[in-house]
Write a protein that binds this ligand. Structure first.
Ligand code: NAD
Length: 257
């Protein structure tokens, strides 16, 4: 099913649903001016090598280069505003409390700023600082020292334990934040409708959530202007953008929020 017909069916499913799970990817924030990773013309990976910029090895090899690259991306995220798609999800959550769960692969904070503070973040938070090595004071995690600050630098360094500061995102080969995937799997298994918005479906385990929802009985719909790797999991595919399709599908205008 595509477009017109899919839109009608999906609106009816959404109206009747008691639980809706929305899985979002970089395309969700594209219309806010934050580049996606894989779009051929504008995607970040077409201009940069992911192995150097999004891995611990790359950071250790050239901390200043990687820090500077993330500092620029952080500026881009801080300057961006939620688009009509984020705002529609925020408005929907206010109108139908308890129905929506958002699972995002995005490291920006645009869902949170649009009113979905409890969005599950599978790949971390680009605006958060983490320590490169385990902190000797904390023992387990790589959160900042409880009492330490970081002295300015590229990258900054902890004034207490000397750790280099790194962005709080999940790099290639790293574990997802504790509990995040489990919470996402629960939301996928419990939903009546899963909306997959702006993801290429190339990054696992997030990409597996659409199939998991379908196997658990959910109606799965994809919103993406281009084909994705997981279109085969969908009952309906809407070839449009997040900001163009979500307000219409969710039945909330941007002013509705
Ligand atoms: P991706 O770059 O692999 O795919 C982006 C998808 O979005 C593509 O399928 C593309 O067709 C679609 N798209 C482009 N514009 C769109 C629009 N306006 N509306 C709807 N869809 C649109 O991104 P991904 O699948 O999220 O996976 C890559 C990784 O990229 C994730 O792990 C994520 O952490 C990271 N990432 C995050 C951000 C962000 O936080 N905003 C930005 C870039 C990359």
């Amino acid at each position: 099913m595509v477009d017109e017909e899919a839109g009608v069916v999906l609106r009816a499913r959404i109206a009747a649903a008691q639980r809706i799970c929305v899985l979002t990817g970089a395309g969700m924030s594209a219309e806010s001016g934050i580049p996606t990773f894989r779009d051929a013309l504008t995607g970040l990976w077409s201009r940069f090598d992911p192995a150097q910029l999004a891995s611990e090895e790359g950071y250790r090899a050239d901390p200043q280069r990687v820090w500077d690259w993330y500092a620029e991306r952080r500026e881009g995220v801080r300057a961006a505003e939620p688009n009509a798609g984020h705002l529609a999800l925020g408005a929907f959550a206010r109108q139908r409390p308890g129905v929506l769960s958002i699972v995002t692969q995005n490291v920006d904070d645009l869902h949170q700023r649009a009113g979905n503070a409890d969005a599950i973040r599978l790949h971390g938070d680009i605006l958060a600082d983490r320590w490169l090595e385990r902190c000797p004071e904390r023992g387990t995690g790589r959160e900042a020292c409880a009492t330490g600050g970081a002295e300015p630098g590229r990258p900054p360094r902890c004034t207490r334990c000397g750790n280099l500061v790194r962005p709080g995102v999940v790099w290639f080969g790293e574990m997802l934040p504790p509990g995040a995937m489990e919470a996402a799997e629960r939301a996928a298994a419990a939903c009546d409708v899963m909306l997959v918005v702006g993801t290429s479906g190339a990054v696992w385990p997030a990409a597996g959530l659409a199939g998991a929802a379908r196997r658990a009985g959910a109606f799965v719909a994809i919103v993406n202007p281009h084909p994705s790797d997981i279109d085969g999991e969908a009952h309906a595919v809407l070839r449009g953008t997040a900001a163009g399709v979500l307000p219409r599908i969710l039945g909330v205008g941007v002013e509705g929020g």
